[in-house]
Design a binder for this molecule. Structure first.
Ligand SMILES: [Zn+2]
Length: 210
């Protein structure tokens, strides 16, 4: 089966428009390497277009996407930790000043877990095990009251990923040195709006105006 025609045509448009217009920038990125403004840990969901949400150009964001935007705890004895490897590279090699965990509405992964689908996933499958990262997350009463169960669970997943990021020694160290800040955001597919986890109140609220 060949590559879908929409992708081939899209690539032709990319070369003709975006790449041709910014050739100098792409050459510079190729020669000098990347120096992203932030790492974003987002969901694989096709509807969460991270670069579009932030209107970010190539080179601006170091993006890790996985099912339900989860970060496992620091497990140096583990086997193949793709997410942890990306976090390590972003923090220690690229030295990004910001790591953003970006949740989103209608998240299939979070909601599958919420509906107990995890229990029906075969033992040998990967998703069920991955979603056990949500075991023990606690919902915040005020989130449920203000936004309902579904969003409250998606918020809790973001909080859990942020808490797990704190278990990485190199993250903790860079935060203590004032060189790294963590952020929790939630993207609403319908409205396109972002809610931000406020440090002082611990609640999700509309983003402040720049
Ligand atoms: Zn999702």
């Amino acid at each position: 089966m060949p590559l879908p025609r929409t992708l081939l045509e899209g690539h032709i448009r990319f070369r003709r428009d975006e790449h041709a217009k910014n050739r100098g920038r792409y050459l510079q990125l190729a020669e000098l390497g990347q120096s992203p403004t932030a790492m974003v840990i987002a969901c694989c969901d096709a509807r969460v277009d991270v670069s579009a949400i932030f209107d970010a150009e190539a080179g601006a964001l170091f993006i890790m996407r996985n099912v339900a935007n989860l970060v496992p705890p620091y497990e140096p004895e583990g086997k193949y930790h793709g997410t942890s490897a990306a976090v390590e590279y972003a923090a220690t090699a690229l030295k990004v000043p910001h790591i953003i965990v970006l949740g989103h509405s209608h998240c299939g992964g979070v909601n599958a877990y919420r509906r107990g689908v995890r229990d029906k996933v075969p033992e040998q499958g990967f998703i069920g095990r991955w979603l056990t990262l949500l075991d023990g997350v606690t919902l915040v009463e005020s989130d449920i009251f203000a936004y309902g169960d579904e969003l409250a669970f998606e918020f809790a997943a973001v909080r859990s990923s942020l808490a797990n990021l704190h278990t990485f020694p190199f993250i903790k160290k860079r935060m203590e040195e004032g060189l790294l800040a963590l952020h929790g955001l939630h993207f609403d597919l319908g409205s396109g709006e972002l809610l931000s986890l406020e440090q002082d109140t611990g609640r999700f609220a509309a983003l402040p105006e720049p």
